[in-house]
Structure formats: structure tokens, C-alpha cells
Design a protein around this ligand. Structure first.
Ligand code: SF4
Length: 412
């Protein structure tokens, strides 16, 4: 359930020819290597709140996807000239639905096409209903996966039923224990808060159940009710459920994060917590503006200033990969786009926005340019400036979207 996204196309078509006639390739991936995201668009069933791109798993469509994905991996590897790879992240969808033999083939293709750096972080998102045997997790380890992200969402069976999850709380705990027993030393759990009927105390109980398992990482996402979902009908007019009030949700966020900090988890991004040494390298790479390559239907990539978007549906993806269209269309990011992304992404992190770095890139001082807004936010204890960084306070994180939008876009 990833939030972030994720050619034998004629190279000339994708990257315009230089004066010498050679294809102009994107600059070599910045920093320590590329972040690779593999989108797996299959799920067992549709959860009631979900708007991610996924479809019901079936062998025929999966075989189609698998073949195209291997082609796309090979193509990008050649196009980028076997670049160093620092992370690989299988998200979706439900990557744990991929049969082991095919998953092994995909991992081998990635190792062949790219150049994994020592200590490569390799994460697989797994759901408890499709990842539960010790032997399954041992097989993942043998393929090189060293990080697991388990989609638990809740340890309460009534909540799970309401969310439309195809597993119970007991299955989630059993899945975690099996992964640990197999030897996974880096396991993250995903939870959702702000559920209909939830209160601060019942949310803290969820966090206690999660912390009792001693995962290395926890992601806690606020339930977003999107139009057209089953959840929207459940909480809409005439529906049976009622969302907690804004004030109650505010308390859940603050008390929940304080509870996790008291249990030794660092609150390093609005929705993410980690024990020392277990911050997600992959997600941190996104937030610090590293290059990332997304493979599979609907995946997005950013390499240098170029943003590529893969088609969403399988037939379009087929035409895109087999028809030699991969990487043809890209959006060229402007300086302003890059600066806005820098503000939007870094303000979500505990480290915040490096003001000196921003000044060097932008050629102006954000604090001076946004003096009134920053003074007002500071007075309301929503932001603070320390050690040259602009950071959101916990109260600020609660309304992070509004603050970030204003700081990033109000200078037009
Ligand atoms: S497991 Fe549920 S929430 Fe995750 S992508 Fe599939 S349908 Fe969506």
C-alpha cells in the first residue's frame, strides 16, 4: 500500500539527440544511487477506503504483467547504463501475492539490469492474508529482501471488518511472528487512525498492540475518505458510521506520537516512526529529492529534472512497453517546481527545510520572502526555526498540508 509511486523504445525518441547525434540520456542518478519502486497492481479484494491503482489478482493478467515488467526492467537498466541502485521497494497493490518463482525472477532481473550498492535496502509490502508462513519469509530473505512492510492497519477485528481488510488481527500478529522467526530484522507495520468510532484511548490501544510486537518501524496514516469509495458511503449522509471530530483526531495524532516516542520510536516524518537506525532509506530518499525510477502500471519516475509517468491500465502499459514508448513523454521540471517540491517534502520530515540550502538553490531567503506568514505560524506554535532549519511542530504537522501549501505556493 505504498503512497509513493513509483523501454525497447527508441532512445532518441525518449531523450532528444545531442548535436553529435548521440542520444542525450538523463544525468547519472544523483547521490548514492537510484531508488527503484516496483508497482504491483494486484489485490485479493478492494479495501473499503482504497483508491490506489490495483485489480483483482488472476494468473492470466499477472503473467502478462510479469512479462512486461521484466522487459521494462531490462530496458531501463540498459538505458541508464546499469546505474547504482541503493533501494528497491515493491509496493502496490499487494506484492506478497506474487508467486515466489516469479518474484525471484524479477529480483534477478533487477540485479542484472542495475548495480546494487552494498547494503541495498530491499523492501516488500506484504499483507497478512498472503504472507504468513515462515518458509515464505525465508524465501524472501534468500532473494535479498531485508525489509518488510506489513499492512496491518488495525489490531481490532471490528475495525478490520469495517475497513474491508481480508485478514484478522490474529493473522496480522501471526504474520509478524513468522517473519521474525524466519530472520527478518527490519519489519515495519502500517496502521490507520481516525477510523469511524475511534477515540484517543482506542487508538493508543492499537499503538500498544503494535509496539508490543517490537517492530523496527511504524507508519500511522490518517484515514482519508475519498469520494466513490465504500467508506465514503459508510460515513456519508445516511451512513452507519461517524468519523471522530477534528479535535479528537488532533488528540489522536499528538498523544499517539508522544506514546510512540515514549516507546523509543523517533517521529521522523509526519506519518512515520522508527527505532534508531531503522529509518526507511527508500522513503527518506524521496523526501530528500533523490532520483527514483518507478516500474509497472501507473508508476512515476523522476530522474534529474525529468518526470515520467507510466500508463495506468494493463492494455496501455502493454502498448507502452512493447510499442517502444517507454520514457518518450516526460515533463521537464522547472526551477520553481523543484523548489516547491523541496519545501513540500522536507517540511514533512522532522529535520525540516534547510534554509541555507534553499537560499543557495532559490537565490532568495524564504524567511524574508514569507516574513508575515512565518511570523504568524510561529506565533501560533505551528513552526519553529532552529539550527538553520524550518520545522513544523507537532501541532503544525497536524495541519501540515495547509501550511506546506501556503509556504510553497503563496509566493506567486
Ligand atoms: S491491500 Fe487494500 S488498501 Fe492496499 S492497495 Fe489493495 S485494496 Fe488498496
Amino acid at each position: 500500500m505504498a503512497r509513493i509511486y513509483g523501454e525497447d523504445a527508441p532512445v532518441k525518441a525518449a531523450f532528444p539527440a545531442t548535436a553529435a547525434g548521440a542520444a542525450k540520456l538523463p544525468a547519472a542518478p544523483r547521490a548514492k544511487g537510484l531508488l527503484l519502486y516496483v508497482h504491483v497492481p494486484f489485490c485479493r479484494s478492494r479495501c473499503h477506503y482504497c483508491t490506489f491503482h490495483s485489480q483483482a489478482f488472476n494468473q492470466v493478467t499477472f503473467a502478462w504483467y510479469h512479462k512486461l515488467l521484466l522487459q521494462e526492467i531490462d530496458l531501463w537498466g540498459r538505458r541508464l547504463k546499469n546505474p547504482p541502485l541503493r533501494t528497491v521497494y515493491f509496493g502496490g497493490g499487494t506484492p506478497s501475492l506474487i508467486p515466489l518463482t516469479q518474484l525471484d525472477q524479477i529480483m534477478k532481473a533487477i540485479r542484472k539490469a542495475f548495480n546494487p550498492v552494498p547494503g541495498l535496502e530491499a523492501t516488500l509490502e506484504a499483507n497478512p492474508d498472503s504472507a504468513h508462513d515462515v518458509s515464505y519469509f525465508r524465501a524472501l530473505l534468500s532473494m535479498g529482501f531485508n525489509r518488510l512492510s506489513l499492512g496491518v492497519q488495525s489490531f481490532n477485528d471490528l475495525d478490520l471488518h469495517m475497513l474491508g481488510r481480508p485478514h484478522s488481527a490474529a493473522m496480522a500478529a501471526a504474520s509478524f511472528q513468522a517473519a521474525r522467526q524466519a530472520g527478518f530484522a527490519n519489519i515495519g507495520l502500517d496502521l490507520i487512525w481516525g477510523l469511524p468510532g475511534q477515540r484517543v484511548n482506542t487508538w493508543i490501544e492499537q499503538l500498544k498492540a503494535a509496539a508490543n510486537l517490537r517492530p523496527e518501524h511504524l507508519s500511522a496514516y490518517n484515514l482519508t475518505v475519498e469520494d466513490g469509495t465504500a467508506m465514503a458511503r459508510m460515513v456519508g449522509e445516511g451512513g452507519d458510521f461517524k468519523l471522530p471530530s477534528e479535535q479528537e483526531q488532533g488528540r489522536m495524532f499528538i498523544y499517539g506520537s508522544e506514546f510512540l516516542e515514549s516507546m523509543g520510536y523517533m517521529h521522523y516524518e509526519v506519518s512515520n516512526f522508527a527505532r534508531m537506525g531503522f529509518v526507511s532509506e527508500h522513503n527518506s530518499g524521496y523526501w530528500t529529492g533523490s532520483d527514483y525510477l518507478g516500474l509497472g502500471p501507473s508508476a512515476v519516475s523522476t530522474i534529474g529534472r525529468r518526470r515520467f509517468s507510466n500508463p495506468r491500465y494493463m492494455d496501455e502499459y502493454d502498448a507502452y512497453v512493447r510499442g517502444g514508448l517507454v520514457g518518450q513523454d516526460h515533463e521537464e521540471l522547472t526551477d520553481q517546481d523543484l523548489l516547491r517540491e523541496m519545501v513540500m517534502l522536507s517540511l514533512r520530515t522532522a529535520k525540516g527545510l534547510d534554509l541555507k540550502l534553499f537560499r543557495e538553490k532559490a537565490g532568495y531567503d524564504l524567511v524574508k520572502r514569507q516574513e508575515k506568514l512565518i511570523a504568524a505560524l510561529h506565533q501560533k506554535h505551528l513552526i519553529r526555526i532552529s539550527h538553520g532549519h524550518l520545522r513544523l511542530t507537532k501541532d503544525g504537522m497536524l495541519v501540515s498540508n495547509v501550511i506546506i501549501r501556503r509556504l510553497a505556493f503563496d509566493d506567486d
